[in-house]
Design a protein around this ligand. Structure first.
Ligand code: MGD
Ligand code: MGD
Ligand code: MO
Length: 736
């Protein structure tokens, strides 16, 4: 006799662009199938429906590929040779290293990586930080791999990153310009494609700027303007030139709400010729930033640039919505600033149907979180620069992006990487990173937890088996914009010896004599309830905990749409949008960083591609078949989108590459071999491969799966010190 089928509502917790409602149909302790939320709910119009990835979770996670027991490294670091140990031994060894490294090198030698496998309130990464804070401190990071450039660049100009209106306001627009944005694949919250489809139905014109004809172009039957990677700032400059010279600029907005546009609106004491307009007109450098100038850099015909500028400036209102691809570039800050300049020049800031560009956050509700514990060690590094902190931390200063003090007290000697793959797979320049981590005299102890033997997991000294969201519980929030709180209900029992990180961290805390401070006497469920009740004090419409948990989700009652900067107040030093940044003007950076939005040619950009040894610009993107590296080891997902290098027919013909070939793609940093996809959906001179494939080196170190990070650079961006992982030059040829 079989049990009756139970349907358990739960929400995913990976950093996948969504946070969807999933119904697990369970019988006899096993998942029979997963379904999702498909209908719009009356209270909140947007269904929280899962994509192919969400519907594949049980196949991705509940299988024999899982890590089974705690493991201790026995081979060379990175070799992937381990022996099973007991949980008791694991906890003892971790505590010993934790104390030894603290006492030898100081608390600031301990680092917790950016890791997003559990993007939920009760996060292993944050719990590790909590324990380290209680134990004397650790070296923290700021910014992220996601929005390293766009967030600080938006703050630099607007004084805040909350530059977004409520997404439903897109329907009030007359023109939607999706700039390096691909929500058909990246999802960008359940609301994005939901409202964009409605906009399409309403007849609002939609244009997409992307080196690739991306899935959003296809899904919305939108217009596609192909652009050379990392040249967005040049397109913005040329559009700004057209808007100004054709008298289409909103002078009223520029005069009253911004500083730095023209000579009459410059900060005190700054040479007026440093203004944006003089740059656009070429007063200083003799080069007006005409559409022809823009064409040469961006590859977009001058006439298209002119028309786009006119359309954007005359459709009132118009929304220029930026994705985050263009800012994951070597000068990622500048394209963002260029788009904000355009929004200001066209008076689309602070109006319904407009959009201020930039990061576009729009927070309407608080999120559940752990109580704050002060980290006694004040220093922080940019999240992308941890490898540098392993290599030469003690030399790093403010010029390297160090915050919270003069210079780091120590190199990084211990790394805690829980539910993340940024140690290798998702970080830049894998060959260099791997060589650095192999040297056990540099970083002396690496602790990882994961579900699988990932590229990062192979570099652990102690590797612990975790549990997936189907085997544990948590509290979740919308990925970006939605208005709800989710509950990640446990659906099945943990596989093998897998444990949620909190459980063993509590045991480490006990060894450190910090159990009471760390746990406050609560187990996971009690913490979740505590965080929920804390949230309820801020959000009084929330139902009682048990009612919420049973439903799996609570949607807030609708609020009137928010319009960013409707009051025309900007929390900057000048109280205006800072088109010219005095702070930047008076600061020193390792790489040139101008005080105004303007194109800066990047190392490994289009200019170098034209003359150098590596003529192809290589970008990556976030594919529908994976969440970063997650699902890559699920063979069913290969059918959805096989891992291939996109190459234009002209580039293929030049290299005598044909459909069905495997190609070798390389630069000075590494090489990979992958099947080619010859397609006009990518610009000539540009090749593209989806990020997140599992790094799989052959004996010669050539990756055989197509992990783009064997080719990416660790060089941080000039201002944000972020990851320019989409800026790379390569060559490709047919494999022998
Ligand atoms: N399916 C899926 N969805 C995801 C994720 C995932 O792993 N898989 N990850 C989530 C996370 S954590 C994040 S941060 C977001 C990331 O979201 P984004 O950063 O917006 O995603 P990307 O795919 O990197 O970039 C968006 C588009 O920019 C294009 N692009 C690249 N370079 C340039 C350029 O120089 N100029 C212009 N104009 N366009 C360019 C790419 O071709 C791509 O189509 O996605 C989230 N959603
Ligand atoms: N070249 C290039 N590199 C990139 C990007 C790019 O566009 N191009 N994008 C960057 C961005 S935006 C981001 S956010 C980062 C993402 O970087 P990561 O956060 O490192 O990405 P994931 O691959 O999602 O890693 C999550 C890991 O957690 C594990 N995991 C999943 N669920 C659980 C769980 O419940 N418990 C435990 N213990 N483990 C779990 C998975 O197996 C996986 O190994 O990558 C960055 N790297
Ligand atoms: Mo991200």
């Amino acid at each position: 006799m079989k049990d009756e089928i139970r349907v358990i509502p739960t929400t995913g917790r990976n950093n996948c662009g969504g946070r969807c409602l999933i119904y697990a149909h369970v019988q006899d302790g096993k998942i029979i199938k997963l379904t999702t939320d498909s209908k719009a709910k009356a209270e909140c119009g947007v269904p929280l429906s899962a994509c192919e990835r969400g519907m594949n979770y049980h196949k991705t996670y509940l299988n024999e590929r899982r890590l089974r027991t705690p493991l201790l490294r026995v081979g060379e670091r990175g070799e992937g040779k381990f022996r099973p140990i007991s949980w008791k031994e694991a906890v003892e060894r971790i505590s010993e290293e934790w104390i030894r490294i603290r006492d030898t090198y100081g608390p600031g030698s301990r680092y917790v990586t950016y890791a997003t496998g559990v993007s939920a309130a009760f996060s292993p990464r944050e719990l590790a930080k909590r324990l380290l804070s209680l134990d004397g401190g650790f070296l923290d990071y700021y910014n992220s791999y996601s929005t390293a450039c766009i967030t600080p660049a938006t703050e630099l100009m607007y004084g805040t990153a909350n530059s977004g209106n409520s997404p439903e306001d897109w329907l009030n627009s007359q023109f939607l310009l999706l700039w390096g944005h691909n929500p058909a694949e990246t999802k960008f919250d359940s609301v994005s494609m939901y409202y964009l489809r409605k906009a399409k139905d309403k007849g609002i014109p939609i244009v997409v700027i992307d080196p690739r004809r991306n899935d959003t172009v296809k899904a919305l039957d939108a217009e596609w303007i192909p652009i050379r990677p990392a040249t967005d700032a040049a397109l913005a400059d040329a559009m700004a030139y057209v808007i100004w010279t054709e008298g289409l600029a909103d002078r009223n907005f520029l005069d009253s709400c911004t500083i730095g546009f023209d000579e009459n609106h410059m900060p005190e004491g700054i040479d007026p010729e440093e203004c944006v307009l003089d740059y656009l007109l070429g007063k200083q450098d003799g080069t007006p930033k005409t559409p022809e100038w823009g064409e040469h850099i961006t590859g977009i015909p001058a006439q298209t640039i002119t028309q786009l500028a006119r359309r954007y400036a005359t459709a009132k209102p118009a929304a220029l919505i930026q994705g985050w691809g263009p800012q994951r570039h070597a000068y990622g800050e500048q394209g963002v600033r260029g788009c904000i300049l355009l929004a200001c020049m066209t008076g689309n800031v602070g109006v319904s149907g407009g959009w201020a560009a930039g990061s576009g956050y729009c927070t309407t509700h608080r999120e559940p979180c752990l109580p704050y514990v002060k980290n006694p060690y004040s220093m922080q590094i940019p999240s992308y620069c941890w490898t540098e902190a392993v290599e030469r931390g003690h030399e790093m200063t403010g010029l390297d992006g160090v915050k919270g003090g003069e210079r780091l007290a120590s190199d990084v000697k211990m790394i805690v990487n829980l539910a993340g793959n940024c140690l290798i797979n998702q970080h830049g320049d894998i060959n260099r990173t791997a060589a650095l981590l192999r040297d056990t005299s540099k970083c002396e102890f690496i602790l990882c937890s994961d579900l699988f033997m990932t590229a990062s997991a192979k570099f652990a000294d102690i590797l612990l088996p975790g549990v997936s969201f189907l085997e544990s519980e948590n509290l979740t929030s919308p990925w970006l914009w939605g208005d709800f709180v989710g509950y990640n209900n446990q659906v099945v029992e943990p596989l093998y010896e897998g444990r949620f990180e909190y459980d063993w961290l509590s045991e480490v805390a006990e060894k450190l004599g910090l159990k009471e401070q760390f746990t406050c006497g609560r187990n996971t469920r009690q913490w979740l309830e505590w965080m929920y009740e804390d949230l309820r004090t801020w959000e009084p419409t929330l139902p009682p905990f048990e009612e919420f948990r049973a439903a799996g989700v609570y949607r807030y009652p609708p609020k009137p749409p928010k319009i960013a900067f409707a009051d025309r107040e900007f929390p900057t030093k000048s109280g205006k949008v800072e088109l010219f940044s005095e702070t930047v003007y008076h600061s020193t950076y390792r790489d040139p960083f101008p005080a105004i939005p303007r194109y800066v040619p990047v190392p490994e950009g289009v200019e170098q591609a034209r003359v150098g040894e590596y003529p192809l610009q290589l970008i990556s993107w976030h594919t529908r078949r994976r969440c970063h590296s997650i699902h890559d080891n699920n063979p069913d997902m290969e059918r959805i989108a096989p891992q291939q290098l996109w190459m234009h027919p002209l580039d293929a013909a030049q290299r005598k590459v044909e459909a069905g070939d495997r190609v070798r793609v390389w630069n000075d940093r590494g090489a990979m071999e992958v099947p080619v996809h010859i397609t006009e959906d990518v610009m000539p001179g540009v090749v593209a491969i989806a990020q997140g494939a599992w790094y799989t080196p052959d004996e010669a170190g050539v990756d055989q799966r197509g992990c783009v990070n064997v080719l990416t650079s660790l060089h941080p961006t000039p201002y944000a010190k972020g990851n320019g992982q989409h800026t790379n030059l390569v060559e490709a040829r047919k494999t022998n």
